[in-house]
Design a protein around this ligand. Structure first.
Ligand code: SF4
Ligand code: SF4
Length: 477
């Protein structure tokens, strides 16, 4: 029997709030080259992660191929500086919407974090999703943990070269597909794919595809947990957003210690042993290479791989599941959990406010953009002696259909347009229109200034789309 004593620093009840209790990890699942070598496993949380990742990957790779009204449904066209998302077109002036969307995402993440800890990291973060995919490739090409450790220790041979070549080829293939899919949201993906397939590899688009593919290969293939540990800012402050009811992956040390191996049907409790058989499975499946039995650690991404691994061991030993599980500090102490708590309420309130603000901005968003600039000459006198002012109207049709607009004057009876202005603009088209306004009356009394507005009307439904204020100048005698 290999019985181990409880370590002096081993937590009995885990304080999830104070960051001082969130310890630095002691990496234990390393090979001779100090690399983490994980073992494969099965379980509920793995199935959940695969399901979530499959949907996200499908959305990521599939969305850019969707068509809408004869063009790519989701496209951030950098050349034209327009962002198409299905039936809507967004312009640089709409960037407040992007800010609102990012703020909503941030508060959504914070609210989820308070409830279920680092669920984003473990299940949906692209770094995690691609790393799990690359780890699956490793298993398919080189075998499970023990085979990979053995292979790494072997001298180079045709067999080893073949396995490594297979692994890196598949990694590179996934990375290239990822690069094309990502850049395909900025350059029409069909043209981009055609370019790549036909060997046009010296274009700007191909350059950015290769840069993104390289980043994917490096991050998911080589850097892996280092991105979470040293590059991701979110992991640095997540622990301070926990409260006593936040669900985190926790080892039940009261039940598990003292740990030690034993035969299945032995009366281990009589020997002073707990439920942990010290099989190291929870450590060997951990993608960040930590031992959850040492307490909550800042590098735990909450993926529950150790939960699945330990549950399968508990099943084999005929012990109850849940030696490692998602639980909260209050639950550990037998206290009731609260759903409505200050952190949750404040993040939810902020989220609701920003969602309503975004809804309001979207509702009020103008689908035609009009700007008025006066000609640099204050006024001119026509041959009939009437005073005229010239303006430049920039009108942009921000809808996805052709529109016909009419220009009229408002807020004055003293001015008229020199001619009838009715213009048809294609979807997204902008026109720079010189417009001449004439003073009806020739008298020159008054202040030399008339305030009025240009009114832009949609001819189809006679709706007023926009009024833009302007000044008319005339000479005083
Ligand atoms: S998997 Fe479970 S039983 Fe095995 S070492 Fe980890 S906690 Fe102990
Ligand atoms: S300790 Fe468990 S939950 Fe945390 S990262 Fe490792 S395997 Fe995932």
């Amino acid at each position: 029997m290999n019985r181990q004593p409880v370590q002096p620093n081993q937590p009995v009840a885990i304080n999830l709030i104070a960051s001082s209790h969130v310890t630095r990890p002691r990496r234990v699942s390393l090979n001779a080259k100090n690399e983490i070598v994980t073992r494969s496993f099965t379980g509920h949380f793995r199935n959940l992660r695969i399901s979530i990742a499959s949907v996200l990957i499908l959305i990521f790779f599939g969305t850019s191929w969707l068509q809408w009204n004869g063009r790519q449904a989701v496209l951030w066209d950098l050349d034209e500086r327009k962002f198409y998302i299905f039936g809507a077109t967004f312009w640089p002036q709409d960037f407040t919407l992007l800010s609102a969307f990012l703020i909503i995402s941030a508060f959504g993440l914070l609210a989820a974090n308070v409830f279920v800890g680092r669920v984003w990291c473990g299940y949906t973060c692209p770094q995690s999703v691609w790393t799990w995919a690359f780890m699956w490739v490793e298993k398919v090409t080189e075998g499970d943990r023990n085979q990979r450790i053995k292979l790494a220790a072997e001298n180079w041979s045709p067999r080893k070269i073949f396995k490594r070549a297979m692994k890196h080829s598949m990694w590179l293939g996934i990375s290239a597909a990822t690069g094309i899919a990502f850049i395909g949201y900025f350059v029409p993906v069909r043209e981009l794919t055609y370019e790549i397939i036909t060997g046009e590899w010296f274009s700007a688009s191909a350059f950015w595809v290769s840069m993104f593919a390289f980043a994917t290969y490096a991050n998911a293939g080589w850097l892996r947990e280092q991105v979470c540990l040293h590059m991701c800012p979110y992991s640095r402050f997540q622990s301070v957003m926990f409260d006593k009811d936040t669900l985190v992956v926790t080892y039940d040390s009261l039940r598990g210690e003292g740990r030690g191996s034993r035969k299945k049907d032995e009366d281990y409790k009589a020997q002073g042993l707990g439920d942990c058989i010290d099989c190291q499975q929870c450590v060997q499946v951990c993608p960040t290479g930590i031992d959850i039995r040492n307490g909550l650690q800042i590098d735990c991404i909450g993926c529950a791989a150790c939960v699945d691994a330990c549950d399968s061991i508990m099943d084999k030993m005929d012990y109850p599941r849940g030696l490692i599980k998602y639980t909260s500090e209050n639950a550990q102490e037998g206290k009731p959990s609260k759903v409505f708590r200050p952190l949750v309420l404040s993040y939810t309130a902020a989220l609701v406010v920003v969602i309503f603000t975004l809804g309001f901005i979207l509702q009020e968003r103008e689908l035609v953009d009009v700007s008025v600039m006066k000609d640099r000459n204050m006024f001119r006198i026509n041959s009939d002696g009437k005073v005229a002012n010239v303006y430049r109207l920039k009108i942009t049709n921000k809808t996805q259909q052709a529109q016909t607009y009419k220009v009229n004057l408002e807020k004055t009876d003293a001015l008229v347009l020199q001619r009838h202005y009715e213009l048809s603009l294609d979807a997204g088209e902008m026109i720079d229109l010189p417009v001449s306004v004439i003073k009806i009356n020739r008298n020159s009394d008054g202040e030399g200034l008339i305030r009025f507005a240009f009114k832009i009307t949609n001819v189809n439904d006679e709706s007023v789309i926009k009024e833009s204020n302007a000044n008319f100048n005339y000479p005083i005698h």
